[in-house]
Structures are given as structure tokens and as C-alpha cells.
Design a protein. Structure first.
Lengths: 329, 424
């Protein structure tokens, strides 16, 4: 199969799951006739009709709640939140209902719901529309939170998420939509949730990332390779459950670890990994766990300031070099 | 009033101890019962607790250094108290003391002071900064594994604030940095120089103990060996039946558990094969404590099943699994690795046709168990397939005769071949 974009991989996964299971349906703003703000649902309204590709008013709390209700009754809704920034008005539904219903109903009722939402920054969309909030949700028991970085994982994990019996927040990234890559030739292409992947092997430094930051990390690894530094890139893929084992195995090999993420570092993915790794890899570390994230400010509008706030490759590279310099490399 | 802490006796065979690490630095205070150091004996790493409140005034034997039993290892006293001038200096068992102290330019006034007061040498060698050596965890681990005394790299670390990092240790190990010599050891013949590319490593305290005790045993205990073949067909059937019945409980009985059970029963019946030769006397053991040899990644330890004759196979199985797990994790207590009266060394899982084991003194017998293999044997005139296990009992001829050993082995064999006896 020819390479496809991340966007097309998502569309294909939705198409196949809609075709496979009558209980699957989509809900969201402008996802039908307009094919979605980012065209992820292109052609699906025409193919499956308005009953299974349902357009909603601008009312996230309402349609997330409706999705939860439908899921409790046995359907498998896939909800598109136009960007993750808009999920904030539906927080009560996500955190207080979707995440808790299985627990509060003694395990008798689950919520097989998928919420798709792109995050990310870099297009001067300023403070309210440039956030990467996945770490907030990854701190909430009852939710699964995934953030694939490649078309193959986007395809395989979306299908797995739809078939999962618990609520999954599926984090996409605006910059990733045009990334191209191959889909698996054989098999069903399903990718399990909760498993990280080694995106590139190396021996001197473990660079951990998720979502679009994985692509940045791979380019940083390329640059460092020119100086003879071998970087192993671990793509977390899932934030909850978090696959610490794979990261730890890498750290045992490299003895050094840098976590990069597009969101804020404070209480972020790097913070969580640092806490876990200092326990399981204490005697393997050659330097403290280091992390890079977005500057601790609301995202500025001005382009130079936006660039200054983003965890660009140059910043990840500088952090990697500084960490390696501490280790005499 | 300051006083010396000395190397405590933490195991009955220990002759010296190695400071794993100090948990209290110089100047730090502690309370009664606080763990102030971890000390590696020949068998285990033990906590060294303070027996009264106090303050660490001076560490005499640093992390990784070894001292003889009763030798001073630190000076403690009250907070702010001066170390008396006649106190021992920090041990310089490794020759150089602490490089970081020596490398720094001494204040101009000091040489004169040194001339006036002979104890100044001691003051100089004691670290002035509280004695902490900055090294990354992996650097410490690699130095430990490679037998490198990290203090030889003090002041030479290339990390932040002179932290010793992995690359420093790699360089030192590659450059043939001398392994830290053990405590002032008896003079020995110089070993032959290693060949090109060979790596010389210090033994861990455990391996040192194994080497010493095994050499001693083989050199001083007159071993003789009795071998036999045991038909394990019925014992294996019994085990399968037991495990099927226990499947729900998660318990599992191993062949080794059956062997331990058979040995414990047999030892009770043969007191002449269950006694030790000690200083011209025979010590008849009142309790049957069976040691089981556990192979570690690089080492060997023998945890002991106490009063094994009073325990059924299920209990032996549970206790064995716990002991073996903790043996591999290095979490055995001293009391769990001493006092054995008999040992089972089982290499059945390693596809072994036959072997004999070295006795673990003061025990007088050890059973070497080889693999069980299906063989054609003659029974009542017909050739039948049976599962045969060969065993070899090593005996101390000062404690028992050949016939004593043979009778013990016969009973073990009888119990395993008629395994309902194991349940009796």
C-alpha cells in the first residue's frame, strides 16, 4: 500500500470500523456535510448517512454527555472534539462521568466511548487554541489516553480504541495530519493501547516523546548522530496506561534519559516518567532525568514569542547535548 | 566523650567486613537504632545500627573498604566534639587515602602546623567536606562490578561539580586501573600476570567466602563418595498428582521438595550419618536443618530449611520458594543461611549425568542430585522404561563410615521409590 497521511489513516480506520460494526457511530461539529474542520471524516457522511455520522450543535458538554449515554446503552460512539481546547467545557462529562461510571456502577456498566481531539501549537492560534492538555487527562483513573505519532499507529490505535470497552481520549496533533507513512501490509493492523515503541534504536541517550514531539525527537536524533551520538527514541504512544517497562529497558541500556513533550513540563509526562524512573532505574542513571516542554506561559500570539515558547528541535537538541555533556560525552 | 566504633561480628564465619556504604556522613547525628552503615559480610549485607544517640565524627574505613573484625571503622561522639589528637587516622588501606583532599592546594599555614603536630597527617587525610564522593548511580554500580575503587577517581570526575560519571569509570576500567586491594591481606605469592585482553576482577565478599571455605573443606575434610541410582517414576507420579490437587491454591511441589523431605526423614533414622566431627568430638545434631544450594548469577548461597523433618512437602515447598526468591534478591537474613546440618545440591535442571559436591563444614554430608532421565531397566525379568536419577553422597570420613553413608543413601532411595512414605 502506498504511504498515506496521518489524516487518511484516521479516516480509513473510522471507515472500516463503521463498516465492521453497526454500533459504531460518529458525532461532532461539522463532521458531516463539511467533512470535519480537518477533513478527517471526509466522505463518511455520504457513505453512512446522517444517522451514523451525526452533526451536533456547538455544545461539547451536551454531545459528550449524549455519547456517554449512548455508550452506556451499548453503542460505540466516536466523538470528535474540534480541538482539545474545547473539551474544557465538557470536563464534567469526561472526568466525572465517562471516567467514573464503570467504578460507580460496580462494573456493571461501561462506557465504550472514544473522544478524538487534536492538540498542538505553532500556527499562531494563541493562548486558548494552542494547548496540549493530554497530561491532565492522563492523570485521571478510568480514562485511557493515547497519542500516536505515526499514520500506522493512528490507524491501528484508533481501531483498537473503538473496540475497547472503556473511554479512550485519542489525542491527535494538528501538525501531524499531513505526515505520511506506510500502513501495515498484512494483518488487521491493530495496535494495542498501553505499549510504547522504540522509534529508533540507540545507545547513548533515551529520548522519550509522544505525538508530534516524536517526529521532532527523530530529527534531533539524526542531528546528534552526525556527531557520533547515538540516541534511542521511545515513542510512548499511550500515556495512560503508561508503558514504563519499555522506557526503563531503554534507560538500562543508555543510562541517560530526556523526556520531551509539547505541553507544559510542570506536572507533565516528563514529571511522571522522572518519578517512575528514579525508582526503577535508580542504579542505572548516569545523570538526573531531564525534561523539555513548552515555556510556562500561555502561548503568545507573536511569531517570535510563539517560537520561543515551543519545545522546538533546537531546544530538545540543546537539552540533550547539555545532559550528555554532564556525562562527559 | 568520643569513642571508636569497631567492625562488628555479624556472622559466625566472618573474619572481616566490607563497608558497603555509610549512611551517616561526618558531622551527621543519629539516634539509637538508626542504621548508620551497611556492612557486607562473607554471606550477606547487614545493617549496622547505632546503639546510642551520637554524631559521626570521623569515618576511618570508607565505602567499599574492608576491615578486620574488631578493627576501628569510625569515631563517634557528641555534636561538635573534636576528634582527639590520638584518634586513628582514616584508614589508607588502598594506599592513597582520599585524592580529593590531597589534590587541593593546602593553605599556606598548614605545613608549619603539620610540623608542630604529628597528628596533622590524620587531619589532612580526613575529608574536610564531610566525605561525600559524588558519583552517578551507574558509575557506582559499574565501579563496584569492575572492582574499581571509586576514590581513585576522586577529583577527576568529568560531570557537574566533579561528579564521577559512567564515562570516567569506563575509561578507568579500560585503562587498567587497579582493582581496589582487599584489606591488609596475608602476603601471597604474586599471581601470574593476566594474558593480553584478560580482565582481572576483585571477588565479591560472597565469592571470596565461597573460595575460602571450599578450599578449606576440600583440603581438610577427608571426603568419600557413595553413589546410587534412584527410580523416580513413582515420585514423579506423586508429584504430578499433588500438583494437580493443589492447582487451585497456586502451590507447587518440586522434585527437589520431595528429595529434601526424603533426606530429612532419612537423617532422623541414621544419627551416625547426621553428626559433625568437631575438634576430636562427634556432635550429634538434635535438629534436622537442610541447606539447599542456590546458584546466583555469579555466586552461591545455601539457605537453610529449619527442622525440615517436622515439615510436610507442601510446607517445604512454600518455604523453599520463599528462600530461593530472597536468595536471588540478596534479601536473606543471616539466621537463614547458618546452622545447616546437611545440604542438597541439585543440578537436575542442568542436564547433568553425575557429579559430586564439596562438603559444607561443619556439616558432614552433602547430596549431589543429577538429572532424571528415562532409561530402559530390567524389572522382574522384563525391560521397562523408568525415570532414573543418579545421586552422589559426599561424606566426611571423620564423622561417618562408608556403611553409614550407604545406609543413609539407601533410606533416601527407599523413601523416594516408595513415595507414600514421604507423606507419612
Amino acid at each position: 500500500m502506498a504511504d498515506v497521511t496521518y489524516r487518511e489513516a484516521l479516516r480509513l480506520a473510522l471507515d472500516e470500523e463503521l463498516g465492521r460494526d453497526q454500533d459504531v457511530f460518529l458525532m461532532g461539529e461539522e463532521i458531516g456535510r463539511f467533512e470535519g474542520s480537518y477533513k478527517v471524516t471526509a466522505g463518511l457522511w455520504q457513505k453512512y448517512g446522517a444517522n451514523r455520522v451525526r452533526e451536533t450543535p456547538i455544545s461539547e458538554e451536551g454531545f459528550v454527555g449524549a455519547g456517554i449515554g449512548a455508550a452506556m446503552m451499548g453503542l460505540r460512539p466516536v466523538i470528535e472534539i474540534m480541538t482539545i481546547n474545547f473539551i474544557l467545557v465538557a470536563m464534567d462529562q469526561v472526568i466525572n462521568h465517562a471516567a467514573k461510571i464503570r467504578y460507580m456502577f460496580g462494573g456493571k456498566v461501561g462506557v465504550p466511548l472514544v473522544i478524538r481531539a487534536p492538540g498542538g501549537a505553532g500556527a499562531q492560534l494563541t493562548a486558548q487554541h494552542s494547548q496540549s492538555l493530554e497530561a491532565w487527562f492522563a492523570g485521571c483513573p478510568g480514562l485511557k489516553v493515547v497519542a500516536p505519532a505515526t499514520p500506522a499507529d493512528a490507524y491501528g490505535m484508533l481501531k483498537t480504541a473503538i473496540r475497547d470497552d472503556d473511554p479512550v481520549l485519542f489525542c491527535e496533533n494538528l501538525v501531524l495530519y499531513n505526515l505520511t507513512g506506510a500502513l501495515p501490509e498484512n494483518g488487521d493492523g491493530l495496535v494495542p493501547l498501553g505499549r510504547a515503541a522504540i522509534a529508533r534504536e540507540g545507545t547513548d541517550l533515551t529520548l522519550v516523546a509522544h505525538s508530534y514531539t516524536v517526529q521532532r525527537a527523530l530529527r534531533v536524533a539524526d542531528r546528534l548522530a552526525q556527531d557520533g551520538i547515538s540516541v534511542e527514541v521511545v515513542d510512548l504512544r499511550s500515556l495512560r496506561p503508561l508503558d514504563v517497562d519499555t522506557v526503563a529497558e531503554s534507560v538500562r541500556k543508555t543510562n541517560r534519559v530526556l523526556v520531551a513533550e509539547e505541553g507544559w513540563s510542570t506536572y507533565g509526562v516528563g514529571a511522571e516518567l522522572a518519578a517512575r524512573l528514579q525508582r526503577v532505574c535508580f542504579d542505572d542513571l548516569d545523570a538526573p532525568v531531564e525534561r523539555v516542554g513548552q515555556a510556562e506561559v500561555p502561548m503568545p500570539y507573536a511569531k517570535p514569542l510563539e517560537l520561543a515558547a515551543l519545545p522546538l528541535e533546537s531546544k530538545i537538541e540543546a537539552a540533550a547535548r547539555s545532559l550528555l555533556a554532564e556525562c562527559g560525552l | 566523650m568520643s569513642e571508636e566504633l569497631t567492625m562488628p561480628r555479624l556472622s559466625d564465619t566472618m573474619e572481616q567486613g566490607t563497608i558497603g556504604r555509610w549512611l551517616k556522613r561526618e558531622g551527621e547525628s543519629f539516634h539509637e537504632g538508626d542504621v548508620i552503615a551497611e556492612i557486607e559480610t562473607d554471606k550477606a549485607t547487614m545493617d549496622f545500627q547505632a546503639y546510642e544517640d551520637g554524631t559521626m565524627l570521623r569515618i576511618l574505613v570508607g565505602d567499599g573498604e574492608t576491615a578486620a573484625l574488631g578493627a576501628p571503622i569510625a569515631i563517634i561522639g557528641a555534636e561538635g566534639e573534636e576528634v582527639p589528637a590520638d584518634a586513628p587516622a582514616a584508614a589508607s588501606a588502598n594506599g592513597g587515602g582520599r585524592d580529593n583532599g590531597a589534590a587541593e592546594p593546602a593553605p599556606a599555614a598548614e605545613p608549619e602546623a603539620r610540623e608542630e603536630a604529628p597528628v596533622a597527617t590524620a587531619t589532612e587525610e580526613a575529608p574536610s567536606d564531610g566525605g561525600g564522593l559524588r558519583a552517578s548511580p551507574i558509575a557506582r554500580r559499574m565501579a563496584d562490578a569492575g572492582g574499581l575503587d571509586l576514590r581513585t577517581l576522586a577529583g577527576k570526575g568529568t560531570g557537574p561539580d566533579g561528579r564521577i560519571v559512567k564515562a570516567d569509570v569506563e575509561r578507568a576500567l579500560a585503562g587498567g586501573a587497579r582493582p581496589a586491594p582487599a584489606a591488609p591481606a596475608a602476603p601471597q605469592a604474586a599471581p601470574p600476570p593476566p594474558g593480553e585482553g584478560d580482565e582481572v576482577r576483585e571477588l565479591t565478599p560472597m565469592l571470596k567466602a565461597v573460595a575460602r571455605r571450599m578450599a578449606e573443606a576440600k583440603a581438610t575434610v577427608p571426603h568419600f563418595y557413595v553413589s546410587s541410582e534412584i527410580d523416580m517414576t513413582r515420585a514423579l507420579e506423586l508429584r504430578a498428582e499433588l500438583n494437580a490437587a493443589l492447582a487451585d491454591s497456586g502451590e507447587k511441589v518440586s522434585v527437589n521438595d520431595l528429595i529434601v523431605r526424603a533426606c530429612a526423614q532419612a537423617l532422623v533414622q541414621h544419627p551416625q550419618a547426621h553428626r559433625s566431627y568437631v575438634d576430636g568430638h562427634h556432635v550429634y545434631h538434635a535438629h534436622v536443618h537442610v541447606g539447599i544450594a542456590v546458584a546466583l548469577d555469579d555466586g552461591l548461597i545455601v539457605p537453610v530449611l529449619r527442622d525440615a523433618d517436622t515439615k510436610g512437602v507442601r510446607q517445604l515447598a512454600v518455604e523453599t520458594r520463599d528462600l530461593v526468591t530472597r536468595a536471588r534478591d540478596g534479601k536473606l537474613r543471616q539466621s537463614e543461611i547458618e546452622g545447616g546440618t546437611f545440604t542438597v545440591s541439585n543440578m537436575g535442571m542442568l542436564d547433568v549425568a553425575a557429579f559430586s559436591a564439596i562438603i559444607n563444614p561443619p556439616e558432614s554430608t552433602i547430596l549431589a542430585v543429577s538429572s532424571t532421565v528415562e532409561r530402559a531397566v530390567v524389572r522382574d525379568g522384563a525391560v521397562v522404561p523408568r525415570k532414573i536419577m543418579s545421586v552422589t553422597l559426599s561424606c566426611d570420613h571423620r564423622a561417618c563410615s562408608g556403611a553409614d553413608g550407604a545406609r543413609l543413601l539407601q533410606t533416601i532411595k527407599r523413601h523416594l521409590e516408595a513415595p507414600t512414605l514421604l507423606l507419612a
